[in-house]
Design a binder for this molecule. Sequence first.
Ligand code: GLA
Length: 749
Amino acid sequence: MITFDEKTGIFHLKNAYTSYVLQLVRNKYLLHRYWGRPLRAFRDSTPFQAIDRAFSPQPAAWPNERTFSLDVLPQEYPAYGHGDYRLPAYAVRLSNGTTVTELAYSSYKIKAGKPALRGLPAAYAKADEAETLTISLNDTKGALGIELSYTIFADQPVIARSARIINTGSQPVELLSAASFAMDFADHDFDRLSLYGGHAAERSLERVPLMHGIQETASRRGASSHQQSPFLALARREATEMSGDVYGFSLVWSGEFSFRTEVEQFGSTRVLGGINPAEFRWHLKAGESFQTPEALMTFSPDGFNGMSQAFHHIVREHIVRGRHQHALRPILVNNWEATYFDFDDEKIDKLADCAADLGIELLVLDDGWFGHRNDDNTSLGDWVINTKKLKKGLNGVADSAHRRGLKFGLWFEPEMVSEDSDLYRVHPDWTLHVPNYPASYSRHQLVLDLSREEVRDYIVTSVSKVLHSAPIDYVKWDFNRHLSEAFSAALPAERQGETKTRFVLGLYDVLERLTKAFPDILFESCSGGGGRFDAGMLYYMPQTWASDNTDAVCRLAIQSGTSMVFPPITMGAHVSVTPNHQMGRTTSMQTRAICAMAGDFGYELDITRMSDAEKQQVRDHIALYKKIRPTLQLGRFYRLLTPFAGDRNETAWEFVSEDDKQVVLMYFKTLATPATPIRTLNLQALDQEAEYELTTYLPAQRTSMDFGGEARSNLVGQCFYGDELMYSGLSVEKIDTDFAGFLWVFDRK
Ligand code: GLA
């Protein structure tokens, strides 16, 4: 898969889906030469055209070669200071105050498989699943060494990259930035796609032309954030959901990040990404090294769906770990929107009774079970059951769920502390804060300093104690504010710039210890909904609550956007009450259910207050979901229509089971429209010669009390060949309601 040709200096990383080509020139510089469809061989049909470019300096070794300048060469990990005026991949301040270093190639290694990154989440692979190239570059004056790591996966168009910066000198150096990857495209004929949003509005897709100058997608919040996601795609202008070249980048990192693109004077594009350099500093003593987080890079000739398929595969098979990796995820009921903080044993028992009757499998007790927390002002940090609320104790509540045949889950927010807590009263210095300035509150809480070992130990011990004290099957791990005044009382002045990075590394240490100690527990991460939905968190916790916004219409965009990178099995999605608590919108139970079935399905409303008719509908939905769950959770996912295109009024998602035997199709139309065209859906990825029987059809249910959802054109029982469903398509019957949701199940004959 990886070859090196000494004569030409060509490194060629190749599988059946992609080629990635680097070239070593003048035995010194590492250039980027090609990335895209697989090539038989790279023999340089695009030799670099040496042109004398004004204002582009020559390196000292070639003063008379006016056509040779780092300013115009396509580079892989460019240094700062020798006449390349574009963004550098790293920056460092040496002990003499200068920031200039000069990298020269030193050696390379090729190894089967993929080495782990110490202390960091990263894709993993067995020896026959991937190959890894490590290229060592050294500063010509011995100040620094850099190891660039490239893994190519055997069966995916995916390259994983990271860098390790080593202080090889005798003096300390200060790292000012260190990208996970950098590379140059020869042109800039791209659109730039990113996912932006806010709390309760995560991951909307934005597509803009790549422009001259620098464009940035970033978080400065200490977390991967609701506001921007650690994802970037560069797509050829004509690329669509199903066609065209798309390059995707996603970071395995949960802290603040930056992706920058720079289109320079001669029209080429530099792209780089990694930890946000804005406030990043890292002190390296002689001999110490810094490992960057990993970037996953996908190439798709098949549009955005191709990119997403590749990301989904890597996330499912090479990021998510543990016993739940391939396990079907339980249908849950969460008491948050049912009770908020206002609950006791009796209410929870009633919820459990009803859940068991409806066919739900897991009862989750959300915020408010500990300390004296009856609102969001107190008790974070005091992970001790509130027996005033739960008189039977945690064991009692868990047993009572188990007796009813339900699994039992519990909410935590361990990275935080409330001022009104025993923990804060004893350890006020355990928070992130700046001496002499008051710390900012957010949701009335402060952030614990996870760079400190004693803080991490406290979290591991206190959470473990609770998890040992009762039979707990599931944990929701929340993080409900971003970092501010990110300084640590435990770090010296020159290391304060490391605090935000150390916070995330500390979190990873905690998560590694806890998830190892409790391998049977299913962990779901959360951050005020989907504020930390990234591959780093998924390495420890196989699913993430996608958004605090449970409104089905908003969820169409949130889940479509999330699916650009993450597969449906990683997305928590629940049916909630109408009018919806966040949007005030009334949608039918069926639309809510179909939309939630496209993720890890559950309910988040007071199910005890539903009418008998509603309960029966829920029983039916749950029974259906159990039948199609393997397809929805383990199958391949295709976006046919997204709310980011056209009039933003339609969404269609298709799921094809792993064994290609079942297909589930979902279609949503947000607002009914007059003089409306008939919508035809062209299915994807079917076997054209196989016959598929329509076995289930849920036509749109009108808002609120229409439980009939009567089909006008009922094709149930009919069989169609795959080619007809793909090329002629399936038409959707006339829609006379807002917020319509449809579902079809086809079983292959
Ligand atoms: C966050 C989560 C919610 C809920 C609350 C509890 O906002 O996203 O699902 O757990 O916290 O305080």
